[in-house]
Design a protein around this ligand. Structure first.
Ligand code: NAP
Length: 354
């Protein structure tokens, strides 16, 4: 008799979650989905996924639960609320968080899960929207090879490379290291294109030359083409990158080390978000180097940037922190926005941040 496949719940069907859940569905797993905005799950429902009205209803009968949410605050809410995933999942269920989130929160969730007879691990991903669509993501796992054995087949439906880092939170820490590497290459990409432009070089030719030699990077290979075409839609949102860099810089502070590359990138992306670019793709960093008209055409507004005024007020970050839905007081991100070269680095957003 054929063995029935484990039932799967998937919460968070956005840019990354929807195609990942699609691969799980295509591989024949019974799938229940929930997302804050139902419209983003309709494509999956049309292909046979079952809709649930709440996270609790989604996970009640699931053997395996995936979450792919925006921010640590979303993860906290979905897992740890009284009617959240931890309380509602059945005993023995495996809970896998794909969100890029806080290592500390991942450890908290894993511990709480064990207490209630469930198993949870962090599994952030890299490879971008294209990797999710193609099912070729790299999975960065906060568990051992042994731990993931029961769900390996399921993970392989959307991941072509699986790296296990050994224990809860370590997947998130490794993913943050990846984001630190990415941040410096994004700044390098934008710096190089700006210099080439000012020298009157052919930008596509310059980009191709760089990609053929030691200056190449994922940023130059995959994101510069969109920037050069004036395509700034996400992909990977600026506000999510800021969240990641905030988490990485908070971790660096905890370890008492400096990350000057990531710090520079944080400052630039903070500026981009302050002028209205939070929902654009990360390639929009190139707009900071362009004439104001290009920024306006992309929907940005430099009058929102209050760097100079704010500096006089004792805050040099140029970011209006009061009204943009960010949760700068999130437990898992650090201890306060300091500004002036010392960003608080805990850019955890509230659920209203998008
Ligand atoms: P996204 O499109 O904003 O997807 C996040 C989804 O989570 C949204 O559909 C959102 O609902 C849903 N959500 C948030 N809070 C929820 C809650 N409390 N209950 C139910 N659903 C909730 O973002 P994404 O690009 O897919 O990224 C997801 C995560 O992966 C982020 O942590 C990001 O940093 C990381 N990541 C992204 C990429 C990339 O290239 N995009 C690559 C690697 C990792 P709504 O539809 O209502 O907003």
């Amino acid at each position: 008799m054929a063995k029935t496949k484990p039932s799967v719940a998937f919460i968070g069907t956005g840019i990354m979650g929807a195609p990942i859940a699609g691969h799980i569905l295509d591989a024949g797993y019974p799938l229940t989905v929930y997302n804050r905005t139902r419209a983003k799950a309709e494509g999956l429902i049309g292909r046979g996924a079952v809709w649930a009205d709440t996270p609790a209803a989604a996970v009640a009968d699931a053997d395996v639960v995936f979450t792919m949410l925006g921010y640590p605050t979303d993860v906290e809410e979905v897992y740890l609320a009284g009617d959240g995933v931890l309380a509602a999942a059945k005993e023995g269920a495996v809970l896998i968080d794909l969100t890029t989130s806080s290592p500390e929160l991942a450890r908290d969730i894993a511990e709480a899960a064990e207490v209630t007879g469930k198993h949870a691990f962090d599994c952030p991903v890299t490879g971008g929207e294209q990797g999710a669509v193609n099912g070729t993501l790299t999975l960065i796992v906060g568990a051992t090879e042994h731990d993931i054995e029961p769900v390996r087949g399921l993970l392989e439906t959307f991941g072509s490379t699986i790296r296990c880092f050994g224990g809860p939170g370590k997947g998130q820490a490794a993913k943050l290291a990846n984001q630190v590497a990415l941040s410096a290459s994004m700044v390098g990409m934008a710096d190089a294109l700006s210099l080439a432009q000012q020298c009157g070089l052919d930008l596509e030719q310059t980009r191709e030359m760089i990609c053929s030699g030691t200056g190449r990077s994922g940023a130059m290979e995959s994101l510069a083409p969109a920037a050069l075409e004036g395509d700034f839609k996400p992909g990977f949102k600026v506000e999510h990158f800021l969240k990641d860099l905030g988490l990485a810089l908070a971790l660096a502070e905890e370890k008492e080390i400096a990350l000057p590359g990531a710090d520079t990138a944080f400052t630039l992306y903070d500026m981009l978000e302050a002028i209205g670019g939070g929902a654009l793709g990360t390639q929009a960093i190139t707009l900071l180097y362009q004439e104001e008209a290009d920024a306006v055409a992309a929907g940005l507004d430099w009058s929102l940037y209050r760097g100079a005024d704010a500096e006089e007020d004792g805050c040099g970050c140029g970011h209006d922190h009061g009204d943009d839905g960010h949760d700068h007081a999130h437990d898992h991100g650090g201890d306060g926005h300091e500004c002036c070269g010392g960003h608080g680095h805990h850019h955890g957003h509230g659920a209203s941040g998008e």
